[in-house]
Design a protein around this ligand. Structure first.
Ligand code: SF4
Ligand code: SF4
Length: 196
């Protein structure tokens, strides 16, 4: 059993668009298709990397990707972004969803997360009349998420590698350990000449 440090928590405070009656009548067509995109500010990244690591380690969140570089001037093979896990894929750190992947947080009565803890991609999806033509607003699409995460590509790669290698299972408190000089995250930033 995981301890409280692994509990997924998004930062509170970010607003969004909520229309409970419209969405209740719809039943979550968007959530049944694909989990919404998490943005760096949702999880306090890069200031609090332990938050994202805990979410990924919980198995309820995954890293998805954009094929190719979202930056037309860039040369990345993929651009990573974060989202809740797809149902049945919990515990899979990387998973590319192409749709028809219901979100792990969708229940019979709606989203299990409080509104302000939902990903920006969910909060900013504006329900259309009668639940049709729902539109993402203010830069909240999957492409926007990939653009937002792109500056942290190396950090995401490092986190994926360390989670999949079981690195964080070797330390009693990954959050605290991330603040030490031995942390792969700190080493990575030091190599790039950045300080925390
Ligand atoms: S945002 Fe649109 S698709 Fe999603 S639950 Fe609400 S009405 Fe349905
Ligand atoms: S987090 Fe909630 S609102 Fe977002 S896709 Fe999942 S169930 Fe839907």
């Amino acid at each position: 059993m995981r301890d409280r440090k692994d509990s997924p928590r998004l930062l509170p405070g970010a607003r969004g668009v909520e229309a409970p009656s419209v969405c209740a009548a719809c039943g979550g067509v968007c959530c049944k298709n694909q989990p919404g995109a998490v943005f760096p500010e949702d999880v306090g990244f890069p200031e609090e990397p332990e938050r994202l690591i805990s979410m990924l380690r919980s198995g309820r969140y995954a890293i998805d990707w954009w094929e190719g570089d979202i930056d037309p001037e860039g040369d990345l093979d993929v651009c990573y972004f974060v989202r809740p896990a797809a149902r049945g894929r919990e515990g899979q750190t990387r998973h590319a969803s192409w749709g028809n992947d219901p979100c792990t947080f969708l229940t019979e009565t709606g989203c299990a997360l409080p509104f302000e803890e939902r990903p920006r991609g969910c909060r900013m999806l504006t329900p259309g009349p009668e639940g049709k033509d729902c539109q993402p607003r203010e830069g909240s699409t999957k492409a926007d998420a990939c653009r937002a995460w792109r500056p942290y590509h190396e950090e995401l790669v490092e986190i994926i590698v360390q989670i999949e290698s079981g690195y964080f299972q070797k330390v009693p408190d990954p959050g605290a350990f991330l603040l030490t000089r031995e942390s792969p995250y700190v080493i990575l930033k030091a190599e790039r000449g950045e300080s925390r």
